[in-house]
Ligand binder design. Structure first.
Ligand code: ADP
Length: 624
């Protein structure tokens, strides 16, 4: 995953989580506060309904008192003078705007009854109302106390088939109970009043939980409509036992949702039943939905804003990193002129500037190295040409010199003094010839002119030649020369003279760097898997430091102090021009092989020894 996504993805996720949580929290806060407002409103409406009933009760009691204390009314009632009673009560009813008036004597017989009709006229029904049977009337009669407190109840008036709210008051005559007066107001009057004061719809329940009136759907008194709103006795009990409001279930009516709360209906000491106040949910649901949509819209907009800002920030942050990556790739591919091009002053800018400075340094160093390399190559070329020129120039005089020395040696046979001189001259010229030959070999190798002239070659016979060459050294230095596996080697297709030179230099070095009495071992074997021939020249000499091991194959490279070298050719630590191993490597490479050395290190005391490895390809060049 690219770094851009690694930065943007968590940022996006976080923004999304914050946005969703934000919308959720804000909308739920709003809907909670709306719900709270609704609950408060229901509470307030319930209080209004209770207050309305209390007011109605006060008005009933005042009216009933006026009736009860009207002069002559109690006497007429006591005397059973119905006409007199009616004469007093009827004007009172219309004067006090009483909707239902009933006067009952102390025997419990209704002596006067009157109701106001819907058209506003009063009507005295011929049939008794049956109101005297009401428990509140019976209890007042039974108490037989003229001072007893008024009672009240919600009652269905069977004569005019309407519910009424009745208040009952004792009538007194000479400190005795003369009867009971009942003042009632119909629900037709009460219900619209409740609705107008509480600003809510109302349902009234009787004491069994049955809905008996409602302002819903235009004060419907339709039985089945009302039954739908009735509650079970358990629910009713729960309501009356509660102190305040009990939230009811929400319901839908004519595609509008309502919320409802029920309270007990209590006036004075009498429980009349219960009531419910109802408010439409619109003002909770609609603003809730509107505010939720607003917030979703707002947060979505904010999120897009945040994403755009995030993208811009990530670009600002990541582009310099990309520039760094591209620059480092170009530099790895070799373009040291490439720079990041980042100019900011922040941490990435500092990193890019440091990187650019590093690249500039590297470019400068590389340039210097290239120059030094060119100089070295030029010097090496000059050295090679010098060796070539010197070797060629020395060869002719040297041939002359050795010819004359030979002549001198022949002539000095009978003169011992002269013979010593001629012997010394002869040895010196042979040594010089060897050096010049080595110089010629090296210049051929340098100019890639050294060509192997392959022929059937027997390593065993080449080795015999080498052994013979150094015969004097073996005896003089008491060195042991051991061979292993050489006679079993097959003939190989290689240049016998070059192979002789190769072994000559390796054995010569082994002799030079092994103290007297040491052993030089030459092993040979065929490595079938690699199709190669392996030759190793191992000695018990002074060994080679690890740091020199890869350098000794360069021409003129010598370890140790040159002037300390003893001058003898095969003497211990005898001197040499530093060309032997360079020639050996040139010969091996001319045959397509490899050469390397292994030694634990240099030590003249412990004599760790050295082992030179040569691998020559066999498969293509093997001769049957
Ligand atoms: P030189 O003419 O000095 O022998 P060479 O190229 O043959 O030059 O060898 C280079 C150097 O490698 C020698 O000076 C010597 O220090 C080291 N060297 C070569 N062969 C051996 C060996 N068998 N043991 C220890 N040192 C060796």
């Amino acid at each position: 995953m690219s770094i851009r996504f690694k930065v943007i993805l968590p940022y996006l996720l976080l923004t999304l989580i914050v946005a969703v949580t934000g919308v959720y929290v804000v909308t739920s806060l709003v809907s909670n506060s709306l719900q709270e407002r609704l609950t408060n409103q229901l509470l307030e409406a319930g209080r209004m309904v209770s207050d309305d009933f209390a007011r109605q009760e006060i008005s009933h009691i005042e009216t009933a008192r006026i009736v009860a204390y009207t002069t002559g009314l109690a006497e007429a009632l006591e005397a059973g003078d119905r006409a007199g009673l009616a004469g007093l009560a009827q004007p009172l009813a219309s004067g006090l705007d009483i909707e239902s008036l009933s006067v009952i004597d102390r025997q419990g017989v209704e002596s006067f009854y009157l109701v106001k009709l819907a058209d506003g006229n009063y009507f005295v029904p011929g049939v008794p109302s049956g109101l005297e049977a009401m428990p509140i009337v019976q209890s007042l009669l039974l108490a037989d106390n003229a001072q007893a407190a008024p009672r009240r109840a919600l009652v269905y008036n069977a004569v005019i088939k309407k519910y009424y709210y009745y208040s009952a008051l004792p009538i007194e005559l000479n400190n005795r109970l003369a009867g009971v007066v009942l003042v009632g107001t119909s629900f037709d009057t009460i219900m619209p009043y409740l609705k107008s004061t509480s600003l809510a719809d109302v349902i009234l329940y009787d004491e069994s939980g049955r809905a008996i009136a409602t302002t819903l759907a235009g004060q419907s008194t339709d039985e089945s409509f009302l039954t739908a709103f009735s509650i079970s006795e358990d629910e009713y009990r729960e309501v009356v036992e509660s102190k305040g409001n009990i939230a009811g279930e929400n319901f839908e009516l004519e595609s509008r949702w309502y919320s409802l709360a029920r309270s007990p209906l209590q006036v004075g000491g009498d429980r009349l039943g219960a009531f419910a106040v109802i408010l439409p949910l619109d003002f909770v649901l609609q603003p809730g939905a509107v505010s939720r949509n607003n917030y979703i819209f707002l947060f979505t907009g904010a999120m897009f804003g945040v994403i755009v800002i995030g993208y811009v920030i990530s670009r600002l942050l990541i582009n310099p990193i990309y520039a760094l990556v591209r620059a480092s790739q170009a530099i790895t591919a070799g373009d040291l002129t490439r720079r990041t091009g980042v100019n900011s002053s922040d941490e990435i800018g500092v990193l890019a500037n440091t990187f650019d400075a590093m690249t500039a340094n590297l470019q400068q160093r590389t340039f210097e190295l290239e120059r030094a390399n060119q100089t070295l190559a030029q010097m090496d070329k000059t050295k090679s040409s010098f060796i070539q020129v010197a070797a060629h120039e020395l060869r002719t005089p040297l041939t002359l010199l050795s010819g004359y020395t030979q002549l001198l040696d022949n002539k000095a046979k009978n003169n011992p003094d002269l013979q010593t001189i001629s012997k010394g001259l002869l040895e010196g010229s042979v040594r010089m010839q060897e050096v010049v030959n080595s110089m010629l070999d090296i210049s051929r190798i340098d100019s890639k002119m050294l060509k192997a002239l392959p022929d059937k070659a027997s390593l065993a016979s080449i080795l015999q030649r080498v052994e013979k060459t150094f015969q004097a050294a073996w005896d003089e230095r008491k060195l042991k020369f051991v061979t292993a596996g050489i006679s079993e080697l097959p003939l190989i297709y290689a240049d016998p003279d070059l192979l002789y030179k190769l072994l000559y230099h390796l054995v010569m070095n082994a002799i030079k760097y092994t103290p007297d009495g040491g052993t030089i071992t030459l092993r040979g074997e065929v490595i079938e898997d690699d199709h190669e021939i392996s030759l190793t020249v191992e000695d018990t000499g002074i060994g080679i430091d690890l740091e020199h091991q890869h350098l000794i194959f360069e021409k003129f490279y010598q370890t140790g102090e040159v002037q300390l070298h003893s001058s003898g050719r095969t003497k211990f630590k005898g001197g040499g021009p530093g060309l032997g191993l360079a020639i050996a490597r040139g010969i091996v490479e001319a045959h397509g092989g490899r050469i390397w050395v292994e030694s634990p290190g240099y030590n003249e005391e412990t004599l760790p020894g050295s082992c030179f490895y040569v691998r020559l390809p066999l498969e293509a060049k093997r001769v049957a």
